[in-house]
Each structure stands twice: as structure tokens, then as C-alpha cells.
Design a binder for this molecule. Structure first.
Ligand code: F6P
Length: 359
């Protein structure tokens, strides 16, 4: 009887529980295996005692499929190759991870993570000769070789909902509303939400913008469209008009984006005279009830990951391509980073709708 481990690593998103559920169901019903849920990402295997528990079908009473977050817990602090110790020093704890894995008598590991986690898990599993399969998740949708990652659709829905709520208040007060969305160095959330939510301007990390063009668009809306309100969506990683990204350190000293929307709003107000307000959507994008597509791909990914493990096809990542689940080599995934294709359909659509991309 095989015994496999499962963990969720990196920033959470909606749909992770659906993926854990699918792995557990397929492993138990399809193959009669045992599934061990590892707590708090890689941290669970390097903690003393190890934090892990057997998952059975009763764990998933039907509620978890509908819940955001990950009931196993996750961590963004868990790079065992460069582990930040409480005294501030950095220690390589990668062998502790491998030993933790071995002590649980596991035959393989399924890791649900974004591009950063895939890199770390890939290295750890190479080090320990651990059969590994990755499942891609992140609201940013920036993992290479998959059209969608778990959590992206829910995050976009949250951003579209925010625009739906901002529009009536913008119209009532004749204001420009700037909405800053997450996504790290890729503008997938901004572009999808901006088109679906009827934005007038979308600013993306992939396209250098010119504030004069943005101001011109706002003036055009006010003067020619006879509409005294406008919606602007900006990605968190765009540069300010002085060419800087706006970042802040979190409690572990990791630098994160956030806040550039205020600079954009300030510039718009100064250049157009429009009454302008800024909303930084932040972690709201990570929570909530998972959207249909996130539950669907999470389920398909989970089932396929177990099937691959059963076939002995490991060191790969499950991916969504052309309405199918496929598997792709992990070594290829970790070499790339998926940004917006500036010659692709969605950029063309935005331009066709008259949305200003600032260039
Ligand atoms: O990668 C997911 C993400 O939500 C990014 O969009 C964002 O830049 C970052 O994580 C925020 O990280 P943290 O949760 O550590 O603040």
C-alpha cells in the first residue's frame, strides 16, 4: 500500500482545499493508498515534532470544497535552503526536510504551489530523490506552461466585483476610481479584470506607460464621452512615473509590491483636475468562495497528479492546456515565468475596446 504526502506552499488562494480533496479521494478510492497531509508547507517537515496527519474521506465533509484558504496551512517563510532563523541568521535546512519526509515513510510527494514554491520543491525533491508532482496555484497566474493556476479566476472575480462596486460611487460623485490589484510581475489579474469590469485605463508591468496618455484618456472620457467618471486598473508591480516600483518589507524582510495606485491616483488628480480616489484591493483577492473554474481545475489537477504518481511518472507538474489536464516537465516550468503576451488576444481586445494601456 503506497503512502503519499501532500502539502500547500507559498501564498494561499481559493481552490486549494478542492485540490487536496481531489488528491485524497483519488488516492483512496482509486488506488487504496494512504494520504498524509503535511501542515504549513515545507515547515511541517522541518518542525520538531513533524506536523502531519492522515487524511481520510471524512476530512472532507463537503464543506472544504467550498472554502477558500488551505486547511493544511501554508507558509511563505519555508525555503529550507535559506531558512531565516529567529535570531536573524540564515541556515540551510534542506536535509532536515528530506529526513522529515523519510521519517513519514512516504513513497512520493504532491506539492501545490506557485512558481517560487515549484523551484524550491523541485530542488528539495532532487536532493532527496523524492518522487514529486506539482500542482500549480497562485492568484497571479504566472506559472509557465499552464493556461490557468488554481486561485486566479476567483481573484479576478473579486477584482471585477470591486469594479462593479466602484462604478456607481464613481458615477454619483463624478470621480476617477483607481483600483490597484495584485499579480506580482505579471499583469494577468489587471488585464482580465480591467476588460471584464469595464475599465477605461489598464496599467500593466508588461507595457511601459506614459502618464500623458493616461491623462489624455481621462480628459477624453470627461469631454467627449460626456461621462464624468472613469475607472483605472493598475497592477501592483508597475513603476511610478519616476521609474521606481513601490515595495515594502513584510515581517520576514521579504519585499512585496503594494501602494503604487496612490501615486497613479495623485498624478491623475494633478494632471486632469479630476476628483480621484484610490482602492488597494490587497489580500481580499486571495480569499472567498472558490469560483467554478478554480474548483474544476483543482479537482482535475488533483486526480491527474495521483494518476501520474500511480504510473510512476514524477518530477513533473500538472497543467491546463486547451481544455485538458496535461503534465509538463518541472525543469521546464522552473526556468520560465509567464507574463502577458502583449501581442495576444486580450491586449488586442483591450485596445479594440478603446481601453488605454498607457502606451
Ligand atoms: O503571489 C501571490 C501574492 O498575493 C502576490 O500577488 C502579492 O504580491 C504577494 O503574494 C503578497 O504576499 P504576502 O501575502 O506575503 O503579503
Amino acid at each position: 500500500k503506497k503512502r503519499i504526502g501532500i502539502l500547500t506552499s507559498g501564498g494561499d488562494c481559493a481552490g486549494l482545499n478542492a485540490a487536496i480533496r481531489a488528491v485524497t479521494r483519488r488516492a483512496i478510492d482509486g488506488f487504496g493508498w494512504e494520504v498524509v497531509g503535511i501542515r504549513n508547507g515545507t515547515l511541517g517537515l522541518i518542525s520538531e515534532p513533524i506536523e502531519a496527519e492522515i487524511l481520510d474521506k471524512q476530512t472532507f465533509s463537503g464543506v472544504l470544497l467550498r472554502q477558500g484558504g488551505t486547511f493544511l496551512g501554508s507558509s511563505t517563510k519555508g525555503d529550507p535552503f535559506a531558512f531565516k532563523m529567529p535570531d536573524g541568521s540564515v541556515k540551510d535546512r534542506s536535509m532536515e526536510f528530506v529526513e522529515g519526509f523519510r521519517s513519514l515513510n512516504l513513497d512520493g510527494l504532491i506539492g501545490i504551489g506557485g512558481d517560487g514554491s515549484m523551484k524550491i520543491l523541485n530542488r528539495l525533491c532532487e536532493l532527496g530523490d523524492i518522487p514529486f508532482i506539482g500542482i500549480p496555484k497562485t492568484i497571479d497566474n504566472d506559472v509557465a506552461l499552464t493556461e490557468f493556476t488554481i486561485g486566479f479566476t476567483t481573484a479576478v472575480n473579486v477584482a471585477v466585483d470591486a469594479l462593479d462596486r466602484l462604478l456607481p460611487t464613481a458615477a454619483s460623485h463624478h470621480r476617477v476610481m483607481v483600483l490597484e490589484v495584485m499579480g506580482r510581475d505579471a499583469g494577468h489579474i489587471a488585464l482580465h479584470a480591467g476588460i471584464a469590469g469595464g475599465a477605461d485605463v489598464i496599467l500593466l508591468p508588461e507595457i511601459a506607460y506614459d502618464m500623458d496618455k493616461v491623462a489624455e484618456k481621462i480628459r477624453d472620457v470627461y469631454e467627449n464621452e460626456k461621462r464624468s467618471h472613469a475607472l483605472v486598473v493598475c497592477s501592483e508591480a508597475i513603476k511610478t512615473s519616476q521609474g521606481q516600483t513601490v515595495m515594502h518589507a513584510n515581517e520576514e524582510g521579504k519585499m512585496n509590491y503594494g501602494g503604487v495606485g496612490h501615486e497613479i491616483g495623485g498624478q491623475i488628480a494633478k494632471m486632469t483636475g479630476a476628483d480621484t480616489r484610490v482602492t488597494v484591493l490587497g489580500h481580499l483577492q486571495r480569499g472567498g468562495t472558490p469560483a467554478m473554474r478554480d474548483r474544476l481545475i483543482a479537482s482535475a489537477f488533483g486526480v491527474r497528479a495521483v494518476d501520474l504518481m500511480a504510473q510512476g511518472k514524477t518530477n513533473c507538474m500538472v497543467a491546463w492546456q486547451h481544455r485538458e489536464v496535461v503534465d509538463v516537465p518541472l525543469d521546464e516550468v522552473v526556468k520560465r515565468y509567464k507574463k502577458i503576451d502583449v501581442t495576444g488576444t486580450l491586449v488586442h481586445t483591450a485596445r479594440g475596446l478603446g481601453i488605454c494601456l498607457g502606451d
